[in-house]
Design a protein around this ligand. Structure first.
Ligand code: NAD
Length: 385
């Protein structure tokens, strides 16, 4: 295990009705909040009204910025950062899924930055400060409510990039699983695949971390059990609660501390979303089994065997390669059972940009579990067509 510093300071208010703590969460950080949200469902389901009622009761002023897109755009970030600067905003309060929270994170950083917010997406080191962020989560997937990352798109240049900084980790998050009962089957399934992918990206690492890996396997089993349950029974609170909490722990750094490794499948998926604006989790579900098959070799086979035995109940007495292949098959079958696509062509992706997408993702493969060249990524894309 490598050296690390553990600090995951986000305060979590988890469970039914925890929105009542929103003023307690915001008050330490300021008296004027910018509420950021997406398409407006938070206005229909009453969450927005309840938040504003509580803030007003506590004397906390608020402004609003709606319309954050799934795969949030840099234009919306710029607008939000300007809004904060002009309106003397002290706290940023996103209500929504990962897109809304990610957008709010770079708005918060952009508010304290003199240049263009895209600089902060290109280089996380340029994020030297950010307004405090208090997130209200409505969808279990990205873990953005408790992590240091944000993913922003510039569709004009076909770039979707992740950036990172400790400054944008939310100070607090309200996580009421009952909010996620209205998430449709598609986004519930895609969210589950996203959570599983975050866990797998840390699990398949060249560094040792026995404890982290056993925790990862437990989280994966949680997703496998409750992802399908939430798809089939949207109002199953226990399923929603387990998915939501697993989503945070999948990516809040805990699993990767001591075994840090750059991720493999996410850089490839970001290219798909940048060129075709597809749902992130669906892209991951398509690519992950193909990536697994490609990196399975005599060096990695034992790790895949362990994954199969501990996560998918693959018989321990099978020969290693057979066990590893069965583990990959069960991964692919599970994504299908969730109702997710298994081919790029199913989400409208054609051959047009495969080369450029492979080239761009290859530039981010240094130090990954199995370093892939542009040609190998192209092969994975083609196998996934
Ligand atoms: N910050 C990170 O660490 C991180 C990690 C992985 C992915 N991402 C990024 O996050 C984005 C995806 O976020 P996401 O998967 O949370 O989805 P999302 O925020 O894009 O939301 C998906 C859809 O679900 C709707 N929705 C949200 N909550 C709802 C509710 N309670 N009921 C009904 N509908 C609801 C939204 O309006 C939207 O239409 C992508 O851009 C992805 O690249 C970020």
């Amino acid at each position: 295990m490598e050296n690390f510093i553990y600090s995951i300071p986000t305060t979590i208010y988890f469970g039914k009705g925890q929105i009542e703590h929103v003023s307690q969460a915001v008050r330490p950080y300021g008296k004027k909040a910018l509420i950021v949200y997406g398409g407006g469902s938070v206005k229909k389901n009453g969450i927005f009204d309840r938040v504003t009622e509580i803030l007003e009761h506590e004397g906390i002023a608020w402004e609003e910025l709606g319309g954050v897109e799934p795969n949030p755009r840099i234009e919306t970030v710029r607008k939000g950062a300007e809004f904060c600067k002009a309106g003397n905003i002290e706290v940023v309060l996103p209500i929504g899924g990962g897109s809304t929270i990610d957008c709010a994170k770079i708005i918060a950083a952009g508010a304290l930055y003199d240049g263009d917010a895209w600089d902060l997406v290109l280089d996380g080191k340029k994020i030297q400060a950010a307004l405090p962020i208090v997130a209200v989560l409505t969808l279990a997937a990205t873990g953005s409510e408790m992590d240091t990352a944000a993913v922003i798109s510039d569709m004009a240049s076909n770039n979707k990039l992740g950036t990172k900084s400790e400054h944008i980790r939310p100070k607090a998050a309200i996580m009421d699983p009952s909010y996620t009962e209205t998430v449709n089957a598609w986004h519930t399934a895609a969210g589950t695949a996203d959570i599983m992918s975050h866990i797998l990206e840390s699990y398949f690492s060249n560094a040792e971390g026995y404890m982290q890996d056993r925790m990862a396997e437990g989280l994966l089993k949680t997703c496998i059990q409750f992802g399908i349950r939430a798809v089939e029974h949207p109002d199953d609170y226990e399923a929603r609660a387990n998915l939501m909490w697993a989503g945070s722990w999948a990516i809040n750094d805990f699993l990767k501390l001591g075994k840090l490794v750059p991720w493999s499948v996410h850089p490839m998926e970001h290219e798909l979303s940048a060129y075709y604006d597809i749902t992130h989790g669906a892209g991951l579900a398509i690519l992950t089994p193909h990536w697994m098959r490609h990196v399975l070799n005599t060096r990695t086979v034992e790790k895949f065997r362990t994954y199969g035995v501990n996560v998918w109940d693959v018989p321990a007495d099978l020969p290693s390669m057979e066990a590893a292949e069965l583990a990959i098959k069960r991964t692919a079958d599970y994504f299908k059972a969730l109702g997710l696509p298994s081919r790029l062509s199913e989400v409208g992706i054609d051959e047009k940009y495969l080369e450029i997408m492979a080239e761009k993702s290859a530039s981010r493969m240094k130090g990954t579990y199995v370093e892939l060249t542009k040609d190998e990524i192209l092969q994975i894309f083609k196998e996934a067509m």
